[in-house]
Ligand binder design. Structure first.
Ligand code: NAD
Length: 284
């Protein structure tokens, strides 16, 4: 089975990257968000990303922003997803929001369409329970920025079937990606560790043990990481970090996941990282 038409729900940081990556690998994409303004920004950002990539890429000179954007339909109408072979859901990391999206997708998409949840921490089994096709729901935790990252974490929910895993692998293969498969648990492997690390780094900043720059520098210079935890938080989005750590806190009922007050304060102040122009660092 060749997957051709792919629905991408949510046009934020991740939805933009997933839609662009799919279009660049020859898929027809329907990108759905609730906000026209967000979709306009998504179009603008994809155009800029492709231009930027063009400066570095040596191959495929035929790829232009227009040729890629021609493969993406931008819409606020979920009905546009009715012919999708596969859907990647990337809406806000809040259960109250995601739980409304899945029954809608269930009622509109073809019966054999696989739903991939691109979530940071919400269990896939919980997401699948909001559908009548739990065997066709799988977690695909894409890495950011999506077009640049060749590896994803795939999560098998309680009811996820082997055939769904195969279809999801095929989808990733078509996108030029590979996966590591893990079992379902809040935060999976990656974010159970990463969110805790970032949250603790914010506590270090709050407790004035060090500056943001030096906290990040220790990870880069001493451990050889490409980015420090606070730079990573800015890239992901501080709101997404807070929502993810809240999911971990509520899921495990373990105080080690309590969100740092400074993180909450920054999110309330609108400092969401790169996407808002300011987080632990300022962006223009
Ligand atoms: P974001 O806040 O940048 O974007 C979320 C988008 O969802 C917004 O554009 C919003 O308008 C849209 N949305 C909200 N409700 C909707 C609805 N009912 N229907 C359609 N669209 C709706 O968030 P993001 O960073 O793109 O994260 C999206 C998902 O991907 C989250 O579950 C997040 O945990 C996960 N994720 C994020 C990262 C990251 O680095 N940011 C990495 C991996 C996974």
């Amino acid at each position: 089975m060749n997957i051709q038409t792919v629905g991408v729900v949510g046009a934020g940081v991740m939805g933009i990257g997933v839609a662009q990556n799919l279009a660049q690998t020859g898929h027809q994409v329907i990108l759905v968000d609730i906000s026209e303004n967000t979709l306009d920004k998504a179009k603008h950002e994809i155009r800029n990303n492709i231009r930027f990539q063009g400066f570095f890429k040596k191959t495929d000179k035929t790829e232009t922003p227009d040729s890629i954007l021609d493969k993406i339909e931008f819409s606020t109408n979920y009905k546009m997803l009715e012919n999708s072979d596969f859907v990647v859901e990337n809406v806000t990391e809040k259960w109250d929001i995601k739980k409304e999206v899945y029954p809608l997708l269930d009622s509109i998409c073809p019966a054999n369409c696989v739903f991939a949840a691109n979530t940071s921490a919400i269990p896939i089994t919980q997401i699948a329970s909001a559908t009548k096709r739990a065997d066709k729901v799988v977690g695909i935790h894409f890495m950011n920025p999506v077009p640049m990252k060749p590896m994803v974490e795939m999560i098998r929910g309680y009811h996820t079937s082997d055939i769904t895993i195969e279809i999801a692998k095929k989808m990733l293969d078509q996108m030029g990606k590979e996966c590591i498969i893990v079992n379902d648990s809040p935060g999976f492997v990656s974010n159970r560790v990463l969110m805790l690390t970032i949250n603790e780094a914010v506590f270090l900043l709050q407790d004035q043990v060090s500056t943001a720059e030096d906290i990040d520098k220790i990870f880069k210079s001493c451990f050889g990481h490409k980015m420090g935890p606070l730079e990573t938080a800015d890239l992901i989005g501080l709101d997404t970090i807070l929502f993810s750590i809240e999911v971990l806190y509520e899921s495990f009922n373990d105080s080690k996941y309590r969100p740092c007050p400074l993180l909450k304060k920054m999110v309330n102040a609108g400092l969401h990282g790169r996407k808002s122009g300011k987080g632990f660092y300022a962006y223009q």
